[in-house]
Design a protein around this ligand. Structure first.
Ligand SMILES: [Fe+2]
Length: 473
């Protein structure tokens, strides 16, 4: 039987994701009393949000996987040059059951086959909706997302958990952590992937928050499909080769692994299309975890994403001997001519990056700029800096956080009365590992290289996490 222990907040050295600044925090806090280096811009009004895994009750520290942690939100609200920090757990049903029980009830993905008796109470969900991965903001509603699960509604400004929603019973499939909101039409496009048929299902939610369209999407075997893309006319599905293969697992390999022979295909479907409308285009085999954006240029659909040569999902890139550069993506572009069927593709930047973002107001339409976090080449899941890629000049500008300082996803926040695509700020959390100090860093998106316009020193530790978001006032 696996050893059962609860969390040691100092870290134990047995699991990369429970040590250093990956280790969780246990307190929920709020403060306006923070040191600011520089000045918080007065034309920054809204809430910067970051979500990530913050486990409370752990079945096995050794086998704990970072994807299993309970969701915690860290937020900074900006009003008139001042800032308020607040962090809260996402109080999902599974989280509340474990709180009431005072110990673990759910074992986690690496321990599901452990023979110890189940503790999941009768009538409780068979798996935890962790709501730990990313945000969507649509129809004035903030969602915390976890791709096997339903979206969890969160109230601003206090980060109260309202609960999971199935859109009045109409959502019949899992809901990706990366739905796309077209702010020009008000529609939100989403999909879910599953390991039983249909392997992919797709839905559109209209500007009033009503789910108005659903279709299955046929692919030949189950794949890990973490993200997709949407242009103004089309939805793009990525049937890429991170496959689920039980026979491979029985033979001693990973259940979820890179299978080059599966190939890579991009499916292009009209926004309100159905399975029969999908046109599949074969592209070079590779791995895409996150897309940046898609748009049309006459007959050509353009897709930009971070793409790597391979991936280690289950090890999350932390196992000894991994060639990190092979698993670290680079900005990459596919151009698919829907009239001729011609495809051109290739990297557009040499820098290794992920957490690709655009200005949310321009998503699903042509974007000039992509923002992305720059990988630390030495250590998994840590980011040395941030880049801005300019499609007009094909050049990047970068800002690096400095020695022993690591950041996460940076999001674009438009300044009040923003006049152009990059007229605003890039915001991220940075942790100084020498000082064990967490900061919120605000950069001028038009001048990254000059460094922060403001650095807010947070009097509490903010662990490294997954995705960030911005909700303007
Ligand atoms: Fe993601």
């Amino acid at each position: 039987m696996a050893e059962t222990r609860t969390r040691n907040t100092e870290g134990t050295g047995v699991n990369f994701f429970l040590d250093g600044n990956f280790r969780p925090v246990s307190e929920e806090r709020e403060t306006k009393d923070m040191t600011v280096i520089g000045a918080i811009p007065k034309d920054l009004a809204g809430t910067f949000l970051r979500i990530g895994p913050n486990p409370v009750h752990i079945f096995s520290e050794e086998k704990y996987h970072t994807f299993d942690g309970d969701g915690m939100i860290h937020a900074i609200e900006f009003i008139d040059g001042s800032a308020r920090y607040k962090n809260r757990f996402v109080e999902t049903e599974g989280f509340k059951l474990e709180q009431a029980h005072g110990d673990w009830l759910y074992k986690g993905m690496n321990s599901m086959m452990d023979p110890s008796p189940s503790r999941i109470p009768e009538g409780a969900p068979p798996s935890k909706n962790l709501a730990n991965t990313a945000f969507a903001y649509h129809n004035k509603t903030l969602y915390a997302l976890h791709e096997p699960s339903k979206p969890t509604i969160i109230e601003l400004p206090d980060l109260n958990t309202v609960g999971a929603t199935d859109f009045n019973g109409k959502l019949k499939h899992p809901f990706t952590a990366h739905p796309k909101v077209d702010q020009k039409t008000g529609e939100m496009m989403t999909y879910g992937y599953a390991f039983q048929a249909p392997f992919v299902s797709y839905s559109v939610i209209n500007q009033d928050g009503e789910l108005v369209h659903t279709t299955p999407i046929t692919i030949k075997k189950p794949v890990f499909m973490h993200d997709f893309a949407v242009s103004s006319k089309y939805t793009l599905f990525l049937d890429f080769p991170i496959t689920l293969d039980i026979e491979r697992a029985i033979a001693g390999g990973p259940a979820l692994g890179f299978e080059k022979a599966h190939g890579s295909r991009i499916g292009v479907m009209p926004r309100f299309g159905t399975d029969a409308d999908v046109r599949w285009f074969e592209v070079k085999p590779g791995v895409v975890v996150h897309t940046a954006n898609a748009w049309e240029e006459e007959d050509v659909v353009v897709l930009q994403a971070s793409r790597s040569k391979t991936v280690d999902i289950i090890g999350a890139g932390t196992q000894a001997g991994d060639a990190l550069s092979e698993t670290h993506g680079q900005l990459y572009e596919w151009r698919i001519n829907l009239t001729t069927g011609d495809i051109s593709e290739g990297p557009i930047s040499e820098l290794h990056c992920d957490f690709t973002r655009v200005n949310d107001a321009y998503a699903c339409h042509a974007t000039r700029y992509v923002y992305a976090a720059l990988f630390n080449p030495q250590r998994p899941f840590t980011f040395d800096g941030v880049m801005k890629y300019d499609n007009a000049s094909n050049q990047e500008t970068t800002f690096y956080y400095g020695a022993e300082r690591y950041g996460g996803e940076a999001v674009f926040a438009p300044r009040l009365n923003s006049a152009s695509e990059d007229d605003g700020y890039l915001i991220t959390f940075v942790h100084d590992e020498t000082e064990d100090q967490s900061e919120c860093v605000i950069l001028d998106a038009q001048d990254l290289a000059s460094g922060p316009v403001a650095t807010i020193v947070i009097p509490f530790r903010v662990p490294y996490g997954f995705h960030a978001g911005w909700v303007g006032h």
